[in-house]
Write a protein that binds this ligand. Sequence first.
Ligand code: GLY
Ligand code: MN
Ligand code: MN
Length: 243
Amino acid sequence: MRSAAPGMFEYQLAAVAEFVYLWHGASGYAFFPIVGSGPNSCMPHYHANGRRMEEGDIVVMDFGPDSGYYASDITRTFPVSGRFNAEQARVYRVVLEAQKAALRAVRPGATFNDVEDAADKVLRRGGYDRYKKHVIGHYVGMAVHDVGEAEPFQPGMVLAVEPGVYIPEKSLGIRIEDTVAVTESGCEILTGDVPKEMDEIEKLMSQDSHLMPISDGSPLAFSAPSKGKRETGIDGKPHNGLP
Ligand code: GLY
Ligand code: MN
Ligand code: MN
């Protein structure tokens, strides 16, 4: 999120994520990363990652490293320019509330239907239930969409919980996803260290810490310049951000 800036391409954000998890020892990605900005935010399994992101875009970033033969799966949605506009914030608030309600429903004996019902109640109340495009979640294991579907949860099972609202006429898709482990009394959010409250995201994105190659020809040298220091993108057009 800190590396995002208008003018970057979607694939550049995917590259930053991949650099970070490979750097930390992951063996690769669990699935091809999804970085969907603007209209692409409304395509849940978008993979092309080829669009140049523009001021005002929302970005759905869904990716997960594979580590020790196990997959992971996380989605965060954020405004590329670092501030949610009023409409993005309105939808985001409802999806986040739906995701929290869904997470509260994860416990031994519950099923994906119970989790989906909990999220749907919130989406319905917010008026966004007709903008769903996929089910609430899936098991995660050695495959990112691991086997199993209808059986009641048991402690130790790992699943992804990911409500989403997609409004194509507004180029506005919001999905929030965490991978969680079922415990004796509820669940532990394995991806919980990554901010998802709007104020936390805005604070993080206001920090100066672009992760970007510096232009001395060294592929391994990275710097953290102040936002706005670079004036042109790789195509020579001016923008506020990355190379
Ligand atoms: N990235 C695929 C999924 O979230 O299910
Ligand atoms: Mn995902
Ligand atoms: Mn998922």
